[in-house]
Design a protein around this ligand. Sequence first.
Ligand code: ARG
Length: 464
Amino acid sequence: MTDPNKSSEKPWGGRFSEPTDAFVEKFTASVGFDQRLYHHDIRGSIAHATMLAEVGVLTADEKQQIIEGLEAVRAEIERGEFPWSVSLEDVHMNIEARLTDRIGITGKKLHTGRSRNDQVATDIRLYLRDEIDAIAEELGRLRAGLLDLAEREADTIMPGFTHLQTAQPVTFGHHLLAWAEMLERDTERLQDCRKRVNVMPLGAAALAGTTYPIDRALTAQLLGFDRPTENSLDSVSDRDFAIEFCSFAALLMTHLSRFSEELVLWTSAQFDFIDLPDRFCTGSSIMPQKKNPDVPELVRGKTGRVNGHLVSLLTLMKSQPLAYNKDNQEDKEPLFDTVDTVKGSLRAYADMVPAITSKADNMREAARRGFSTATDLADYLVKKGVAFRDAHEIVGKAVALGVAEKKDLSEMTLEELQQFSDTIGEDVFDVLTLEGSVQARDHLGGTAPAQVRAAVARARKRLA
Ligand code: ARG
């Protein structure tokens, strides 16, 4: 990046009598990070120039020169040859100045009827809309992979947990579908946020609108926005759409962090429920036996920065008086990092999830060991006329015997079980098996394999 310190050449330099302090110039510049908006800035400028020509503010020839000049600037940026300058502050003034270098005085007409305030608000919305679409795609890929895995694991039995203590048997497919549900709600939130992102602030100019006969509906249409915004002051000042996106992102990452936590637990020797392929793990430089679940750990860790960015933006916006304030230049780095982090995390997960393999024997053994069918025994007694509280007590005693003798309920003899209640008959063994337990929860939202398959089919339809 060049730093020619040509303060007298600043587009706003007219009323100033001394150059900007060298440190202040760097301190206030955003070009180091907002260059990322170049593509959307140029797209917005082309639409603006097209509209200005349509309403007679520019001639057709001026419009043509501007568009060709902007395309040439875009190509220069993409070749890595653009001379970014800190003294030109931001991406907007860098591009405009370069345009004028190339096409002369006509370049200076591009900014007619707009301000950097509505320009930057438009650029961020165009940028975010594209990123939302890219993120929606990765989310869809992850959800599809999760549904396939859930279908493959519809019959696999594992312990379900509450308080991280074995609770009742569930199917692994059912457990995976819990993640799919969360990600589906995240997708809905993202799509809902997109509606409010896709509104065009351009035309608000600095804050009050402009005296030129602009056609905002035309510019909005050229840029693929649903409509222009309604109020010029609000248009240039609020970043609620970015906050909303970061709030979607914080929830998504929070969900992925929970998913990650379980993958980390399940790959440990203590659980040993699943295997992650080597290509998603790393080793230790000192302990030769180690295979660490880095991807889930990192995603769990990255949740912190995304949640932090949400708080940054909320705090940035808090108490800002109308209309635009320079504070808002600080919206970009948290937003950009949120986008990058979410895209990276989703990409890694979408690649990794289909490659998860279950260790069904270990899962089953863990479910068997934990008295996970105790509730089924209580329900059995209730169905035979015992009050639920009494049934709870009876089963509690049977479990105590099992703990003492290291036996699961299904491994006790009928006589052993009958010590606790003579209501218990031979048919009790049907409910004490893990398969019987999961099959019995055969209703919408339940863990039975048939319900898992039906839920996968419904979720696939919603995904399509
Ligand atoms: N770089 C600025 C930002 O990101 C652009 C708008 C500046 N407007 C102004 N009046 N200084 O917010």
